[in-house]
Design a protein around this ligand. Sequence first.
Ligand code: NAD
Length: 348
Amino acid sequence: MMQKVQQPKLIDVDAMARWVRDNGVENIITGMADAIETDFKRWERFDKVARVASHTPIGVIELMPTSDGEEYAFKYVNGHPSNPARGFQTVTAYGMLADVDNGYPTFFAEMTLLTALRTAAVSVMVARHLARPDSKVAAFLGAGSQSEFQALGMRGTLGIEDVRVFDTDPEASEKFRRNLEPLGFKVTVCDTGEEAVQGADIITTCTADKANNTILTNDMVKEGVHINAIGGDCPGKTELEGSILDRGPVFVEFPPQTRVEGEIQQKPEDFPVVELWKVFNGQEPGRESAEQITIFDSVGFAISDFSALRYLRDSTKGSDLLKEIQVIADPDDPKDLFSMVNSPLLVS
Ligand code: NAD
């Protein structure tokens, strides 16, 4: 008797939103940051490849696979900075886990919300190693979909409630203020990026524009600042003035991907970088002095999505949030796939 296959479970958009509301954005981001750091510490166990990108002049569609030898994950994600003007989001995503033993998918999830949570979790994981522990003020350049999640992550890990924001779209800044003030943040909406970074200990750049922009200029960066640069994540899409990258160590996820997609695409191929997994394992230093400028050149790497999917799967196990999704064709005889479509109607 053949074993009936277990169909994968799905966390859809409604279930994801409910899971986040029930557990709290800050709690999830902090827990997810721990899970991602645990996986970064076993970096050498993973298959690693720069994501596979399909570019057009207005956007990119990417596939992000990885495996630790026991489980496999991939994420499908787009990046279309002009989407909001057309009523679509810049970034949407979904992804799945599979069992390496038989190759069957086990878990699917919407990953638009999950990507915002995991990107914030990665920022948190890095900031707790690199930002000054006495950081009090955070500046945000770009107030789109990612921004509130980033702010909540910083509060969850460093207790920061004083946030300053600049967006070229005043309505986006206003939305940021409207979402965060009721949660206890002090939000200062600024007219320029220069004003926003005044007195900031952490600067997060999270703008979307498929262009080599200079959102943050060298003279805006003071001693002791930690820069969390998340918006420059594609060839021809950067946010920092190149000379900032010479002012302090640049920390990266996976160098072969970041050299193509990150801020360091502005630099020669052998530009020195510090791999984060080595910092977490104590093989490389993190922040070395209160005056040092630290730069996280974030692009988003597959292992973080692998960890985020597993964190979600483990946290929702056995709950009514899960739905079964029938995607594995499962004939009684594994060699007789045709039996599933064989019917008298086919005989003519
Ligand atoms: P979004 O489109 O929702 O928000 C981007 C905001 O940037 C918009 O409000 C826009 O008005 C603003 N903006 C554009 N140009 C600006 C400028 N010159 N100065 C100030 N503000 C400006 O996008 P999002 O989902 O919040 O994503 C933000 C960026 O982060 C995107 O570039 C996205 O590709 C990137 N991203 C990176 C990661 C990662 O892991 N590093 C993950 C997710 C998203």
